[in-house]
Design a protein around this ligand. Structure first.
Ligand code: S3P
Length: 440
């Protein structure tokens, strides 16, 4: 079993880049594979989640050549051969590993194909709700049988075919559901519209536009018309702000720290963490240096301060949903109360993140009340080192490795191999930071 051991540090001083964005890497593999030629993708995230999607696209006929790799993980630069929207039937079950994004986006794609397929994944993924994509995709004409042990869960047996366009009002604010429907809509004759109850990350829309498939947004409605084939384009994936989030909180909460993260994605549907940290008193300077590939990207500079608790606003929740575990750690380190509500979706992520965050924070001596849709943390109590579980959830493992940097004594996180699903090389970056160096 892989473990991470952490001891407190005095402050954090570093300048570096985090690996490529997970959400964008999934979409780059899919869109390049649908395109009409060869696309070079740089800074692809070679995490287990994204490698599963890359492999799935291979199974559907979109082969790739590796140009550069991150040793021990996988390709970071590659040429993907597009299939001009003519995918071939997979010979085997398509394994999505731990990835909800991979499974839900691929379900949209596969529903529209003239062949049958099966999507599966690990135990965590096979316990996550898939009804939210099955319902709209069946309304478009697919047949999807959720044949897992848990009702409504994977494996998914998909009978694809000619779909009809759909206008769908999403009951949950989910970028994965939105993207599954939009991808399916590309294969229909007509206009597919998704109405979202709150703003969710818009990487799919931006990438469709970048590959010359216009999507139209009017208020909460996003539409795409089926028919055109994505034009092959080269694309560089920006760094993942959700990975940077761990270091951002570590620096923001440590007076005397200075952190510069370069070339990180600054898509406004992903940056609410920065707004919240600023509200908590952090000193943050954000500079957008490029937006040429449809995704804003730049640097985030943080100077550590004493943080104060805050309330996360309802509309901010989808924008920072993946950052809640590390924000909860920030709340425990801040003085005053941190209130996180309207975040019931956390219960169906890679782990039940309300329960797993609460359990680990309490084990470190933090005070909090847990609710069905969130938690209220009374910050300021000194954290003490503890032996903690990751619950097989990458973001829990990393959030509590960061908490350990502030705790008295040693913190041990068990079962940390899951970190490879989103942040290959995290343990090396952590070691460098602990030694007072900038990670390479
Ligand atoms: C993702 C969307 C989010 C997020 C997940 C990645 C995506 O989920 O939690 O890690 O890439 O579309 P939902 O918006 O579906 O809740």
């Amino acid at each position: 079993m892989s473990i991470i051991k952490v001891k407190p540090i005095k402050h954090l001083r570093a300048e570096f880049e985090v690996p490529g964005d997970k959400s964008i890497s999934h979409r780059a593999a899919i869109m390049a594979g649908l395109s009409d030629g060869v696309c070079r993708i740089d800074n692809f995230l070679p995490s287990e989640d994204c490698l599963c999607t890359l492999h799935a696209m291979n199974q559907l006929g979109a082969k790739h050549d590796v140009l550069e790799t991150q040793a021990g993980y996988g390709p970071t630069s590659l040429n993907i051969q597009g299939m001009s929207m003519q995918l071939s039937a997979p010979a085997d079950v398509v394994d999505c590993g731990n990835s909800g994004t991979g499974m839900r986006l691929l379900a949209g794609l596969l529903s529209a194909q003239p062949f049958d397929s099966v999507l599966s994944g690990d135990a965590s993924l096979c316990s996550r709700p898939m009804g939210r994509i099955i319902k709209p995709l069946e309304q478009m004409g697919a047949t999807i049988h959720a044949c897992g042990d848990v009702a409504g869960c994977a494996p998914l047996r998909i009978t694809g075919g000619k779909l009809k366009p759909l206008t769908y009002e999403m009951p949950v604010a989910s970028a994965q559901v939105k993207s599954a429907i939009l991808l399916a809509g590309l294969f229909t004759e007509g206009k597919t519209t998704v109405i979202q109850p709150a703003e969710t990350r818009d990487h799919t829309e931006r990438m469709l536009d970048y590959f010359r498939i216009p999507s139209v947004r009017v208020g909460d409605e996003i539409s795409v018309c089926g028919g055109p084939i994505p034009e092959s384009r080269d694309f560089r994936v920006p760094g993942d702000i959700s990975s940077a989030a761990f270091w951002m909180v570590a620096a923001a909460a440590h007076p005397g720290s200075h952190l510069m993260i370069q070339n990180v994605g600054l898509n406004p549907t992903r940056t609410a963490l920065i707004d919240v940290l600023i509200r908590m008193g952090a000193k943050i300077n954000v500079v957008v240096t490029s937006e040429d590939q449809g995704e804003p990207c730049g640097s985030v500079e943080i100077t550590g301060q004493t943080l104060h608790g805050t309330e996360i606003l309802r509309d901010e929740v989808p924008n920072l949903i993946d950052e809640v575990p590390i924000l909860a750690v920030a709340g425990a380190l801040a003085d005053g109360r941190m209130v996180i509500r309207n975040a019931k979706e956390l219960r169906v992520k890679e782990s039940d993140r309300i329960a797993t965050v609460a359990q680990n924070l309490r084990a470190m001596g933090a005070e909090l009340d847990e609710f069905e849709d969130g938690m209220e943390i009374t910050g300021g109590a000194a954290l003490k080192g503890a032996e903690l579980e990751s619950f097989g959830d990458h973001r829990i493992a990393m959030a509590f490795a960061i908490a350990g940097l502030f705790a008295q004594g040693e913190t041990i996180i068990n079962n940390t191999a899951c970190i490879d699903t989103s942040y290959p090389g995290f343990a090396d970056h952590l070691s460098a930071i602990c030694l007072g160096h900038s990670p390479k």
